[in-house]
Write a protein that binds this ligand. Structure first.
Ligand SMILES: Cc1cc2nc3c(=O)[nH]c(=O)nc-3n(C[C@H](O)[C@H](O)[C@H](O)COP(=O)(O)O)c2cc1C
Length: 478
């Protein structure tokens, strides 16, 4: 029967079935799409199925896939290397643009580092630059791989100590944490002064509490114990903490130390020194097992009355309490204790009072200093701040950034002079405005054992520590 359609012999076999089934069969038989089935039967002179041009498909696929793999691999090596300039010149401006609020940006950075670390995609120092031992330094009887540290506040809840260690510092300070959880001040509470690479913050020691941090650090030790064949139980944890893994119990990494910073709750009245001491001791009892260094924060400008605790009398009592608690913990080696002091309490009388408390209490060292309540002159000299930043300077809070540097060096020298000599010299870490290798060398020359950074990292990104160490090598011609 003439139908206007010409079927091939194979097509005749399809007669008597529904059109949709036929289409499917056509597809299966000839590999054509449904829309082509009409063309399939249009004219008798045309071949039913146009022979497709034979392309060199497998080769193309292979080339494409190999190129993609190479690009991904190259991207992986580039982006996970702290030497990549993309961290400083792409990631930091991008995050700043995406998150106008500095706290949101910081929060995102912490989460990103945490998640990337879990996936093994975090930035890290490749080629183990410290292995040559040229930057090695002695601190508390340990040989640290280098003299660079990350200051308190960058990892407030101990979410990312290991991702931070991977960026190259020998000391990471987590916290400050308080005995009970507290929210800190209302937002917004962190402000950028971009032209100055500076910041003002009034976080007010927002904290998830010492018990929370202790649990986070305990899980970290257990994960380490498990990964290193000790098991994942309490006994395994104890073995690691007692040094059987051959690494410091806090950092869990050779040549590095973990400092844990503690502070009092805002609600604890600063006039009740016994209650204040209890706050610090509570934190030490819970956290000292997981720390190489316990840091007593009496210098945050954002907790009312906290800085007043730096007066010789109260400070001696608090520090004695902390040193006693640190010595009592059930661990073979006890953590060292340091006190972090303010750069603003810098009169001769105040510095003498702090030094007296340090000596009396048996504290091992001092971190000099913290953010400042003052508003330093812009850099370079004579620079006029944009109107908006002038306005930002009026925000309440502690100022941090390069403008602190000169005062940090001067204050380190003074503490070194008063505490660095004699029978039991105290160890000094420097914090405040350190941004490059030259400045790191200057604070080390002034008497510090470790140069710590915070604000420089927020502006310089995850490659900052590596850069500063390289500059330090250049400074030393090594
Ligand atoms: C946003 C922010 C939060 C901070 N939080 C803390 C903190 O919790 N405890 C603390 O002792 N210092 C804290 N600091 C102070 C830094 O640890 C550091 O001592 C100070 O910023 C000076 O160093 P820098 O100029 O390198 O930032 C904080 C600083 C900033 C900018």
């Amino acid at each position: 029967m003439a139908t206007g359609f010409n079927f091939s012999p194979r097509m005749h076999q399809l007669k008597g079935i529904t059109s949709s089934t036929r289409t499917v069969r056509l597809q299966q038989t000839y590999g054509v799409a449904p829309c082509l089935s009409r063309r399939f039967a249009s004219t008798s002179s045309e071949p039913l199925v146009k022979p497709t041009k034979k392309k060199n498909k497998p080769l193309n696929k292979y080339v494409f896939r190999s190129s993609l793999a190479l690009v991904l691999l190259g991207g992986y090596f580039y982006l996970t290397d702290t030497r990549s300039s993309a961290h400083r010149y792409v990631a930091v401006p991008l995050v700043r643009w995406l998150y106008p609020d500095a706290e949101d940006a910081h929060h995102t950075g912490v989460i990103a580092l945490k998640e990337l670390y879990k996936l093994g995609l975090h930035p890290r120092e490749r080629s183990s630059p410290d292995e040559d031992g040229k930057l090695a330094t002695e601190v508390f009887g340990y040989t640290l791989s280098n003299p660079i540290g990350i200051s308190g506040g960058l990892d407030k809840h101990a979410d990312i100590p290991d991702p931070l260690f991977a960026l190259g510092p020998a000391v990471v300070e987590v916290g400050g944490t308080t005995p009970l959880p507290q929210d800190g001040n209302p937002k917004p509470r962190v402000f950028r002064i971009v032209s100055q690479s500076g910041m003002i913050n009034r976080y007010g020691l927002n904290s998830k509490g010492a018990d929370h941090m202790a649990e986070v650090l305990r899980q970290r030790v257990r994960a380490f114990a498990s990964a290193n064949g000790f098991g994942y139980h309490e006994a395994a944890e104890e073995r690691v903490l007692n040094g059987e893994a051959g690494v410091p119990p806090g950092s869990l990494t050779e040549g590095k130390l973990l400092a844990v910073q503690v502070a009092k709750n805002k609600v604890t009245p600063e006039t009740d020194i016994a209650a204040v001491t209890n706050d610090y001791v509570y934190c030490v009892d819970r956290l000292a097992p997981y720390a190489d260094i316990m840091v007593v924060n009496v210098s945050s400008p954002n907790t009312p009355g906290l800085r007043g605790l730096q007066a010789a009398g109260p400070l001696t009592e608090i520090l004695k309490g902390v040193v006693g608690a640190a010595k009592r913990i059930d661990r073979k080696t006890k953590p060292f204790v340091m006190v972090k002091v303010s750069p603003d309490e810098d009169s001769e009388e105040q510095v003498d009072g702090i030094c007296h408390a340090v000596r009396e209490s048996g504290v091992d060292g001092v971190i000099v200093g913290n953010t400042t309540n003052r508003r330093p002159r812009p850099l370079p000299k004579g620079f006029v701040l944009p109107q908006k930043e002038e306005q930002t300077l009026t925000e309440t809070g502690g100022y941090s950034g390069p403008q602190l540097f000169e005062r940090t060096v001067a204050l380190v020298s003074r503490y070194k002079e008063k505490l660095g000599n004699g029978e039991s010299p105290k160890t000094i870490f420097a914090s405040g405005g350190i941004t490059n290798g030259k400045q790191a060398q200057a604070v080390l020359d002034a008497g510090a054992s470790v140069a710590m950074m915070y604000t420089a990292i927020t502006y310089g990104g995850t490659g900052t520590v590596t850069r500063v160490k390289n500059e330090l090598r250049e400074e030393r011609n090594i």
